[in-house]
Design a protein around this ligand. Structure first.
Ligand code: SF4
Length: 363
C-alpha cells in the first residue's frame, strides 16, 4: 500500500511521520500550488466547493508519484463533505486512475468498518497497538499545531517578522527530508528553538483577530492566501477557531461528549442557531461570540464559495456583531479570488479595528 492523503494545513507533517513510523509507505501530497488548483478545477464540477477541487489536484499529483491508496475522513449530516469520498473516487476513476479509498467514517456510522480500517492503517494486531499509535499521532498533531501557532505569535511581535517566514519555510522544506517520528520530532524541536530566538518588540499590544469559518479554508494557507502570514506581517495576532488539534480533541479524544471548549461554543451559538447546519456552521457562530467575550478586536470568517453551512452562519453573524459590538468581516474564496482585492479588504478591516481601539482609549 502506497498511502496518501489530502494536503490540509500542517496535517501532512504529522501524518507523514506517523504512518512512516507505523511502517506504511507514504507518498505525502506536495504543498498546494497553482498547479494543484488548476488540475482540480479542470476535473471537478464547476459549482462544487473549493476543498474538493484542491483535493482532486492533490490526488492526481500523488497518484502520478505512485500513490495507490487514499486516506480520507468521512462525515455525515447536511454538508457535501459526506459524499466527497464517493465523488472523488468517481472523478479519479473517470480519469483512469485505479486507487483504493480508505474512509474513516465517524464512530456513529458503525464501529466494525472503522475498526477494520484503523487496524489496516495502523498495522495493528490488537487494541494496545491502536492505542500506542493513537498516542503518537496525538503528540505529532499537537506539536505541529504548536509550531504554527508559535510562528503566528512570533510574527505579530517580531521586530523583523520576515525572519519567522524564513524559519518556517526551512521547516517545511526539511519536513520532506525526514523519515519517521523521531526525525520529525527533532526537526520540530529545532524549529521551536529557532522561533523562540526571534527578537520581539517590548510593550507591544497587537490587534487580536479570531479566524473563524470553514475548517479547510481556515487551516490551509494556500487556499486562504496565507492570511495568517499577511496578518502577522501587519503586526496582528491571529488565533484560529479550528485546528487539527481542536478537531481531534473534540471528535476523537473527548468522544462521545465533545471537548469542553467546543461544547461552550455550542451553548454560545444556541440563542442564534439551535440546530447543527452541517460542517462547522454552528461552531462559526459560537466562535465569533467566544472571541468577542475574550476581548478580541474582531473576527474574520473564511469560507469557500458555495459552502452551505457557512452561508447560514454568514447570515447570522451581522446580528452577533451588532449584539456584541464586535466587528466581523467575511471573506469568500474561490479559484478566481484575486490577491490584491483580498489584501485591500484585510487592510481596511485592520484599520477599522485600530480606529475603534483608539476611540475606546480616548473616550
Ligand atoms: S463545509 Fe462547506 S466547503 Fe466544506 S464540504 Fe461542506 S459545503 Fe463544502
Amino acid at each position: 500500500m502506497k498511502l496518501t492523503f489530502p494536503h490540509m494545513g500542517n496535517v501532512y507533517i504529522a501524518a507523514k511521520a506517523f504512518f512512516e513510523e507505523l511502517g506504511q509507505e507514504v507518498i505525502p501530497p506536495p504543498r498546494n500550488s497553482n498547479k494543484t488548483l488548476e488540475i482540480g478545477t479542470k476535473y471537478s464540477q464547476e459549482t462544487i466547493c473549493l476543498p474538493l477541487k484542491v483535493m482532486i489536484g492533490n490526488f492526481v499529483e500523488t497518484i502520478e508519484r505512485g500513490a495507490d491508496t487514499i486516506l480520507l475522513t468521512g462525515s455525515c449530516g447536511p454538508c457535501r463533505y459526506g459524499y466527497y469520498s464517493v465523488l472523488e473516487k468517481n472523478i479519479l476513476q473517470d480519469l483512469g486512475y485505479d486507487v483504493d479509498f480508505v474512509v474513516l467514517d465517524p464512530i456513529g456510522e458503525g464501529i466494525d468498518k472503522l475498526k477494520i480500517n484503523v487496524y489496516k492503517l495502523f498495522n495493528a494486531r490488537n487494541m494496545k497497538d491502536v492505542m500506542e499509535a493513537a498516542r503518537l499521532g496525538w503528540k505529532l498533531i499537537k506539536k505541529a499545531d504548536y509550531i504554527t501557532d508559535l510562528s503566528n505569535e512570533k510574527r505579530a511581535y517580531a521586530i523583523n517578522s520576515y525572519e519567522v517566514d524564513v524559519i518556517m519555510d526551512n521547516y517545511y522544506k526539511e519536513v520532506e527530508n525526514t523519515f519517521g517520528a523521531k526525525e520529525m520530532m527533532d526537526l520540530m524541536d529545532s524549529t521551536i528553538e529557532k522561533l523562540n530566538k526571534v527578537k520581539t518588540k517590548k510593550d507591544y499590544y497587537p490587534v487580536r483577530i479570531g479566524l473563524i469559518g470553514e475548517i479547510y479554508t481556515v487551516i490551509e494557507p494556500f487556499v486562504n492566501l496565507e492570511i495568517e502570514r499577511k496578518l502577522g506581517h501587519m503586526g496582528v495576532l491571529v488565533e484560529k477557531s479550528l485546528t487539527p488539534t481542536i478537531w481531534v480533541e473534540h471528535h476523537i479524544k473527548s468522544f462521545p461528549f465533545g471537548s469542553k471548549i467546543e461544547r461552550l461554543k455550542y451553548e454560545l451559538a444556541k440563542p442564534y442557531l439551535k440546530t447543527g447546519v452541517g460542517g462547522h456552521g454552528r461552531e462559526t457562530v459560537g466562535s465569533a461570540i467566544y472571541y468577542a467575550r475574550r476581548g478580541f478586536d474582531g473576527a474574520i470568517q473564511l469560507l469557500p464559495l458555495n459552502c452551505m453551512p457557512e452561508i447560514v452562519a454568514k447570515s447570522i453573524l451581522p446580528k452577533v456583531s451588532k449584539d456584541y459590538d464586535f466587528p466581523i468581516m467575511t471573506l469568500i474564496i474561490d479559484e478566481m479570488t484575486g490577491e490584491a482585492g483580498y489584501m485591500t479588504r484585510i487592510e481596511a478591516f485592520i484599520d477599522l479595528l485600530k480606529r475603534k481601539r483608539r476611540k475606546a482609549v480616548n473616550e
